[in-house]
Design a protein around this ligand. Sequence first.
Ligand code: ADP
Ligand code: MG
Length: 240
Amino acid sequence: MVALRAAAQAMSVSRGPIVRVVGLERVYGEGDVAVRALRGVNLTVQAGEYVAVMGPSGCGKSTLLNVLGCLDRPTAGTYELDGLDASDLDRDARAAVRSERLGFVFQDFHLLPRTTAVENVELPLLYGRTPPAEQHRLAIEALARVGLGDRAEHTPRELSGGQQQRVAIARALVTEPALLLADEPTGNLDSETGADVLALLDELHGKGLTIVLVTHDPEVGARADRIVRMRDGRVVEGAS
Ligand code: ADP
Ligand code: MG
Protein backbone atom coordinates (compact mmCIF):
# COMPACT_ATOMS: atom_id res chain seq x y z
CA MET A 1 0.00 0.00 0.00
CA VAL A 2 2.76 2.41 1.00
CA ALA A 3 4.82 1.35 -2.02
CA LEU A 4 1.80 1.87 -4.27
CA ARG A 5 1.24 5.34 -2.91
CA ALA A 6 4.91 6.22 -3.37
CA ALA A 7 4.74 5.00 -6.97
CA ALA A 8 1.59 7.06 -7.58
CA GLN A 9 3.27 10.13 -6.11
CA ALA A 10 6.36 9.61 -8.22
CA MET A 11 4.14 9.34 -11.31
CA SER A 12 2.23 12.50 -10.49
CA VAL A 13 5.48 14.36 -9.86
CA SER A 14 6.97 13.26 -13.16
CA ARG A 15 3.74 13.99 -15.02
CA GLY A 16 4.30 17.74 -15.05
CA PRO A 17 1.66 20.40 -15.68
CA ILE A 18 -1.74 19.80 -17.27
CA VAL A 19 -1.31 22.87 -19.50
CA ARG A 20 1.97 24.19 -20.82
CA VAL A 21 1.66 26.92 -23.42
CA VAL A 22 4.70 28.72 -24.84
CA GLY A 23 4.72 31.59 -27.34
CA LEU A 24 1.19 30.89 -28.51
CA GLU A 25 -0.08 32.98 -31.41
CA ARG A 26 -3.40 32.97 -33.23
CA VAL A 27 -3.97 35.16 -36.25
CA TYR A 28 -7.45 35.35 -37.79
CA GLY A 29 -7.55 36.19 -41.49
CA GLU A 30 -4.69 37.40 -43.65
CA GLY A 31 -3.06 40.54 -44.98
CA ASP A 32 -4.73 43.87 -44.26
CA VAL A 33 -7.60 42.31 -42.32
CA ALA A 34 -5.47 39.99 -40.17
CA VAL A 35 -6.33 40.09 -36.46
CA ARG A 36 -3.57 39.01 -34.09
CA ALA A 37 -5.81 37.67 -31.32
CA LEU A 38 -2.98 35.90 -29.42
CA ARG A 39 0.47 37.47 -29.56
CA GLY A 40 2.82 35.15 -27.71
CA VAL A 41 0.89 33.73 -24.76
CA ASN A 42 2.78 31.81 -22.08
CA LEU A 43 0.77 29.89 -19.51
CA THR A 44 1.28 26.93 -17.19
CA VAL A 45 -1.47 25.23 -15.20
CA GLN A 46 -0.60 22.51 -12.69
CA ALA A 47 -2.78 19.49 -11.96
CA GLY A 48 -5.50 20.38 -9.48
CA GLU A 49 -5.27 24.14 -10.02
CA TYR A 50 -8.28 26.41 -10.48
CA VAL A 51 -7.33 29.29 -12.76
CA ALA A 52 -9.49 32.26 -13.80
CA VAL A 53 -8.61 34.07 -17.03
CA MET A 54 -9.65 37.73 -16.95
CA GLY A 55 -9.19 40.80 -19.11
CA PRO A 56 -11.06 43.34 -21.23
CA SER A 57 -13.40 42.31 -24.03
CA GLY A 58 -11.47 41.40 -27.17
CA CYS A 59 -8.16 40.67 -25.39
CA GLY A 60 -8.17 37.03 -26.57
CA LYS A 61 -9.69 35.06 -23.68
CA SER A 62 -12.08 32.97 -25.77
CA THR A 63 -9.47 32.46 -28.47
CA LEU A 64 -7.09 31.09 -25.84
CA LEU A 65 -9.77 28.85 -24.35
CA ASN A 66 -10.64 27.50 -27.82
CA VAL A 67 -7.01 26.57 -28.40
CA LEU A 68 -6.71 24.99 -24.94
CA GLY A 69 -9.90 23.08 -25.73
CA CYS A 70 -8.56 21.82 -29.07
CA LEU A 71 -11.50 23.49 -30.82
CA ASP A 72 -8.99 25.63 -32.68
CA ARG A 73 -5.36 25.39 -33.72
CA PRO A 74 -2.69 27.97 -32.91
CA THR A 75 -0.92 29.82 -35.74
CA ALA A 76 2.41 29.48 -33.89
CA GLY A 77 3.78 28.38 -30.54
CA THR A 78 3.39 25.17 -28.56
CA TYR A 79 0.62 23.69 -26.46
CA GLU A 80 1.17 20.62 -24.30
CA LEU A 81 -1.92 19.09 -22.72
CA ASP A 82 -1.22 16.61 -19.94
CA GLY A 83 2.08 15.63 -21.59
CA LEU A 84 0.64 15.42 -25.13
CA ASP A 85 1.83 17.83 -27.84
CA ALA A 86 -1.49 19.34 -28.93
CA SER A 87 -0.03 22.21 -31.00
CA ASP A 88 -0.51 20.78 -34.44
CA LEU A 89 -3.21 18.10 -34.43
CA ASP A 90 -5.56 17.56 -37.37
CA ARG A 91 -9.33 17.74 -36.99
CA ASP A 92 -9.84 14.07 -36.09
CA ALA A 93 -7.01 14.02 -33.59
CA ARG A 94 -8.37 17.15 -31.92
CA ALA A 95 -11.82 15.54 -31.70
CA ALA A 96 -10.27 12.48 -30.05
CA VAL A 97 -8.34 14.62 -27.56
CA ARG A 98 -11.49 16.58 -26.75
CA SER A 99 -13.51 13.46 -26.03
CA GLU A 100 -10.77 11.75 -24.03
CA ARG A 101 -9.17 14.56 -22.03
CA LEU A 102 -11.34 17.69 -22.00
CA GLY A 103 -14.64 18.88 -20.62
CA PHE A 104 -16.36 22.10 -21.74
CA VAL A 105 -18.88 24.38 -20.16
CA PHE A 106 -20.28 27.28 -22.20
CA GLN A 107 -22.13 30.43 -21.22
CA ASP A 108 -25.33 29.29 -22.96
CA PHE A 109 -25.18 25.64 -21.83
CA HIS A 110 -25.30 24.08 -25.35
CA LEU A 111 -27.74 21.36 -24.33
CA LEU A 112 -29.87 19.53 -26.91
CA PRO A 113 -33.36 20.96 -26.32
CA ARG A 114 -35.76 18.03 -26.78
CA THR A 115 -33.44 15.55 -25.11
CA THR A 116 -33.51 14.48 -21.47
CA ALA A 117 -30.82 15.47 -19.01
CA VAL A 118 -29.42 11.94 -18.85
CA GLU A 119 -29.32 11.65 -22.66
CA ASN A 120 -27.48 14.97 -22.87
CA VAL A 121 -24.92 13.70 -20.38
CA GLU A 122 -24.51 10.40 -22.26
CA LEU A 123 -23.59 12.23 -25.49
CA PRO A 124 -19.80 12.45 -25.00
CA LEU A 125 -19.71 8.70 -24.32
CA LEU A 126 -21.48 7.73 -27.57
CA TYR A 127 -18.32 7.87 -29.65
CA GLY A 128 -16.09 6.03 -27.20
CA ARG A 129 -15.84 2.39 -26.24
CA THR A 130 -18.25 2.47 -23.29
CA PRO A 131 -21.07 -0.12 -23.65
CA PRO A 132 -24.58 1.48 -23.77
CA ALA A 133 -25.73 0.25 -20.36
CA GLU A 134 -22.53 1.58 -18.83
CA GLN A 135 -23.05 4.93 -20.62
CA HIS A 136 -26.40 5.26 -18.91
CA ARG A 137 -25.01 4.33 -15.50
CA LEU A 138 -22.11 6.80 -15.79
CA ALA A 139 -24.47 9.58 -16.91
CA ILE A 140 -26.79 9.00 -13.94
CA GLU A 141 -23.74 9.01 -11.67
CA ALA A 142 -22.48 12.31 -13.17
CA LEU A 143 -25.93 13.88 -12.67
CA ALA A 144 -25.85 12.74 -9.04
CA ARG A 145 -22.44 14.41 -8.64
CA VAL A 146 -23.95 17.76 -9.65
CA GLY A 147 -27.00 17.27 -7.42
CA LEU A 148 -29.46 16.40 -10.20
CA GLY A 149 -29.89 12.66 -9.70
CA ASP A 150 -33.66 13.21 -9.47
CA ARG A 151 -33.91 15.25 -12.72
CA ALA A 152 -32.47 12.70 -15.14
CA GLU A 153 -35.63 12.39 -17.27
CA HIS A 154 -36.34 16.12 -17.52
CA THR A 155 -35.69 18.05 -20.74
CA PRO A 156 -33.80 21.38 -20.56
CA ARG A 157 -37.02 23.45 -20.81
CA GLU A 158 -38.26 21.74 -17.64
CA LEU A 159 -35.13 22.84 -15.78
CA SER A 160 -34.00 26.25 -14.46
CA GLY A 161 -30.96 27.96 -15.96
CA GLY A 162 -28.81 26.90 -13.02
CA GLN A 163 -29.97 23.30 -13.36
CA GLN A 164 -29.27 23.37 -17.10
CA GLN A 165 -25.74 24.56 -16.44
CA ARG A 166 -25.31 21.78 -13.90
CA VAL A 167 -26.42 19.25 -16.54
CA ALA A 168 -23.79 20.78 -18.84
CA ILE A 169 -21.18 20.34 -16.09
CA ALA A 170 -22.24 16.71 -15.63
CA ARG A 171 -21.85 16.23 -19.40
CA ALA A 172 -18.37 17.76 -19.21
CA LEU A 173 -17.37 15.46 -16.34
CA VAL A 174 -18.81 12.15 -17.50
CA THR A 175 -15.64 11.27 -19.43
CA GLU A 176 -13.39 12.04 -16.40
CA PRO A 177 -11.44 14.77 -18.24
CA ALA A 178 -7.96 15.92 -17.22
CA LEU A 179 -9.11 19.53 -17.62
CA LEU A 180 -12.41 21.37 -17.34
CA LEU A 181 -12.70 24.53 -19.47
CA ALA A 182 -15.47 27.05 -18.83
CA ASP A 183 -16.17 30.24 -20.81
CA GLU A 184 -18.27 32.64 -18.69
CA PRO A 185 -20.23 29.74 -17.13
CA THR A 186 -22.35 32.07 -14.98
CA GLY A 187 -22.78 34.77 -17.65
CA ASN A 188 -26.39 33.79 -18.40
CA LEU A 189 -27.44 33.13 -14.80
CA ASP A 190 -28.85 35.41 -12.13
CA SER A 191 -26.56 35.91 -9.14
CA GLU A 192 -28.27 33.29 -6.97
CA THR A 193 -28.19 30.39 -9.45
CA GLY A 194 -24.76 31.59 -10.57
CA ALA A 195 -23.60 31.17 -6.99
CA ASP A 196 -24.87 27.56 -6.98
CA VAL A 197 -22.87 26.79 -10.10
CA LEU A 198 -19.76 28.41 -8.62
CA ALA A 199 -20.19 26.44 -5.40
CA LEU A 200 -20.34 23.28 -7.49
CA LEU A 201 -17.10 24.22 -9.29
CA ASP A 202 -15.48 24.90 -5.88
CA GLU A 203 -16.57 21.46 -4.71
CA LEU A 204 -15.24 19.72 -7.84
CA HIS A 205 -11.97 21.62 -7.53
CA GLY A 206 -11.80 20.49 -3.89
CA LYS A 207 -11.96 16.91 -5.17
CA GLY A 208 -8.96 17.50 -7.43
CA LEU A 209 -10.44 18.69 -10.75
CA THR A 210 -8.24 21.07 -12.79
CA ILE A 211 -10.27 24.06 -13.98
CA VAL A 212 -9.55 26.94 -16.37
CA LEU A 213 -12.41 29.42 -16.41
CA VAL A 214 -12.89 32.67 -18.35
CA THR A 215 -14.79 35.44 -16.61
CA HIS A 216 -15.12 39.20 -16.55
CA ASP A 217 -16.65 39.08 -13.05
CA PRO A 218 -14.10 39.82 -10.27
CA GLU A 219 -16.23 37.90 -7.74
CA VAL A 220 -15.99 34.79 -9.89
CA GLY A 221 -12.25 35.31 -10.41
CA ALA A 222 -11.70 35.67 -6.67
CA ARG A 223 -12.77 32.04 -6.10
CA ALA A 224 -9.93 30.68 -8.22
CA ASP A 225 -6.44 29.82 -6.93
CA ARG A 226 -4.91 32.19 -9.44
CA ILE A 227 -5.99 34.97 -11.78
CA VAL A 228 -4.39 35.09 -15.21
CA ARG A 229 -4.72 38.60 -16.63
CA MET A 230 -4.72 39.15 -20.38
CA ARG A 231 -4.34 42.31 -22.40
CA ASP A 232 -4.02 42.74 -26.19
CA GLY A 233 -3.43 39.07 -26.85
CA ARG A 234 -0.86 38.51 -24.12
CA VAL A 235 -0.84 37.21 -20.57
CA VAL A 236 0.38 40.15 -18.48
CA GLU A 237 -0.01 38.61 -15.01
CA GLY A 238 -0.26 35.18 -13.41
CA ALA A 239 1.24 33.10 -16.24
CA SER A 240 2.50 30.37 -13.87
P1 ADP B 1 -12.41 37.90 -25.61
O1 ADP B 1 -12.96 36.54 -25.42
O2 ADP B 1 -11.34 38.27 -24.66
O3 ADP B 1 -13.48 38.96 -25.65
P2 ADP B 1 -11.77 36.96 -28.29
O4 ADP B 1 -10.80 35.87 -28.11
O5 ADP B 1 -13.19 36.59 -28.59
O6 ADP B 1 -11.69 37.97 -27.06
O7 ADP B 1 -11.28 37.89 -29.50
C1 ADP B 1 -9.95 38.39 -29.58
C2 ADP B 1 -9.81 39.21 -30.88
O8 ADP B 1 -9.95 38.35 -32.00
C3 ADP B 1 -10.89 40.28 -31.04
O9 ADP B 1 -10.30 41.36 -31.70
C4 ADP B 1 -11.91 39.60 -31.92
O10 ADP B 1 -12.63 40.56 -32.65
C5 ADP B 1 -11.05 38.75 -32.81
N1 ADP B 1 -11.71 37.51 -33.26
C6 ADP B 1 -12.25 36.55 -32.49
N2 ADP B 1 -12.74 35.54 -33.23
C7 ADP B 1 -12.52 35.89 -34.52
C8 ADP B 1 -12.79 35.26 -35.78
N3 ADP B 1 -13.36 34.06 -35.86
N4 ADP B 1 -12.41 35.92 -36.90
C9 ADP B 1 -11.80 37.13 -36.86
N5 ADP B 1 -11.52 37.77 -35.70
C10 ADP B 1 -11.87 37.16 -34.55
MG1 MG C 1 -14.93 35.86 -25.04
